[in-house]
Design a protein around this ligand. Structure first.
Ligand code: SF4
Length: 506
């Protein structure tokens, strides 16, 4: 059996402390039959915000004497941090739990726990418990701070897991993570040099289609001092890219009575010393003010990259969705950003098939994408979520039609992306080297993979790298001459293991 004291990369795993005292909990080494510490595996589904929650839970477990395994089959307890905000996410949650339950029947893990958003959704849609039937125990947000203690109880309980109350069945007040959870340290997973910085929980918007406020509650921004403390710890631990996340980063601070909180947070983060990239994700266009853009512009470490979830462009749809800005406002905002930063990389998310979407609405969406504003695009088929306003709206758009619209938009974007990236051949770019390139389907001279400032981790394309004789390490920023492109990726040759960019061709 292969065990790792830390998940992911045992040699580089780091616990990042954020104003947390070491725990006094009793060590649990004696609870395992072999005399070794008990082993937990945390499987994190869904978005980067869920990943950060999983990292806080893993750090608490490590501090309490648990070992962390990468593979559920090496663990005593497997915790699955679920996602449930749309139908495909619920299906992935159910399939993941069923796969691990099959391994449990063969002996490991001994206990399978479901926690996170899908469990929280049972408060409003109890019949969705069927998606979680393979789990032994359900854990709601309110139990997150007690997980080390609960894991210890489950290990002692052996086969009577069902006797534990499912947290999601308990009555509760306002949804959301427990107070104090964001103070918890993190055990960083994923790339050692790139990570997320979650600045707020929940969302106070009332978009017609979205169940997030039902699951995660209203927005609760973290204090600036706490965020800065975590960011400093990340930089000290060697992180070279910090991606700022929340449900809506540009609304940061509004719940604290700070209408310009996002701009102030950007300015404060810019005061951190060091050589690293900063990236703003999940920026609701309604709050993307000139002050926010000014704050980013004042520090070149902020990537000229914006993730702006527009969701739609036609006025009737934007009104129905409750997005708080119309077509003209949106197009003006895009023009202003482009005028300010001609080479900005824009990402957006769109929804097709929202109730009431007509052929005319969809044609406007096609035109928006065809115009070529976006280097990166995600298109989602509308998913009817109980309890949301849109679930009571009509007329419904047939699922097959919505799927067809999604395919059509993605094909337009494929052409836009391929054309745009081809025009980048000949430029030189700064690229953050992420990892060795996988062997097999790539030309043999491509040895590394990285991202330029216009490519966010996990969601965008990548830059494939020919080291051309240079010594390269992951986490290094290199200068790359772009020599080719595919539909979504760039290909380049490293010309220097340092930085120096050329302007885009006009
Ligand atoms: S801004 Fe709208 S779409 Fe985004 S999480 Fe909040 S309610 Fe959902």
């Amino acid at each position: 059996m292969q065990l790792a004291p830390l998940i992911g990369k045992p040699d580089t795993g780091r616990v990042i402390h954020v104003s947390a005292e070491p725990s006094n909990h009793e060590r649990v080494a004696d609870l395992s039959e072999s005399g070794r510490p008990p082993v937990v595996c945390v499987v994190s589904l869904g978005c980067a915000k869920n990943t950060v929650d999983s990292e806080r839970i893993m750090a608490a477990l490590v501090q309490n004497g648990f070992w962390i395994a990468e593979d559920p089959r090496d663990s005593d307890i497997c915790l699955v941090n679920t996602c449930g905000f749309i139908e495909p996410a619920r299906e992935e949650t159910a399939a993941t739990l069923e796969r691990i339950a099959r391994w449990r029947r063969q002996g490991r893990p001994r206990c399978l726990v479901a926690m996170g958003c899908m469990v929280e959704r049972l408060h409003t849609v109890p019949e969705w418990k069927s998606f979680l039937h393979a789990a032994d125990v359900l854990v709601g947000f309110d139990a997150y701070l007690r997980l080390p203690e609960l894991c210890r109880q489950w290990l002692q309980a052996e086969d009577s897991f069902s006797s534990f109350p499912a947290a999601a069945e308990d009555p509760r007040g306002q949804p959301g993570l427990p107070c104090g959870f964001s103070h918890q340290p993190r055990l960083l997973t994923g790339l050692p040099h790139s990570t997320w910085l979650k600045v707020a929980e929940g969302c106070s918007h009332a978009c017609s289609f979205c169940s997030i406020p039902l699951i995660r509650g209203p927005q609760m921004s973290r204090p600036v001092s706490e965020i800065l403390h975590e960011a400093e710890s990340l930089v000290r631990s060697g992180v070279k890219e910090i991606c700022v996340i929340a449900q809506d980063t540009t609304a940061y601070g509004r719940d604290l009575g700070l209408p310009a909180g996002a701009a102030e947070l950007i300015r404060q983060l810019s005061r951190l010393q060091g050589d690293f990239w900063l990236r703003l994700l999940y920026a609701h266009p309604r709050h993307l003010t000139p002050e926010v853009l000014d704050a980013m512009e004042a520090d070149s470490r902020w990537c000229r990259y914006l993730d702006l979830p527009l969701q739609h462009i036609s006025d009737p749809m934007l009104r129905a969705m409750g997005r708080g800005l119309g077509r003209e406002d949106t197009l003006r905002l895009l023009s202003d950003i482009r005028a300010r930063w001609p080479d900005v990389a824009l990402r957006t998310a769109l929804i097709v098939g929202h109730p009431g979407e007509t052929e005319e609405d969809f044609a406007q969406l096609c035109e928006l994408v065809r115009t070529g504003w976006f280097l990166h695009l995600g298109v989602f088929v509308y998913s009817e979520e109980p309890g949301t306003r849109a679930s009571r709206m009509g007329p419904k758009v047939p699922r097959e039609l919505a799927e067809e619209r999604r395919r059509e938009l993605m094909e337009i974007q494929r052409q836009v992306s391929a054309r745009t990236l081809a025009s980048w051949v000949g430029r030189t770019l700064e690229v953050l080297v992420d990892d060795r390139a996988p062997r097999g389907h790539l030309p043999k001279e491509i040895r590394w993979v990285g991202r330029h400032k216009g490519q966010a981790p996990e969601v965008d394309g990548v830059t494939w790298l020919d080291p051309d004789g240079h010594y390269v390490e992951a986490g290094q920023v290199v200068t790359v001459a772009i020599t080719g492109s595919t539909d979504y990726d760039l290909i380049g040759k490293i010309v220097r293991t340092g930085t120096s960019e050329s302007a885009p061709r006009t």
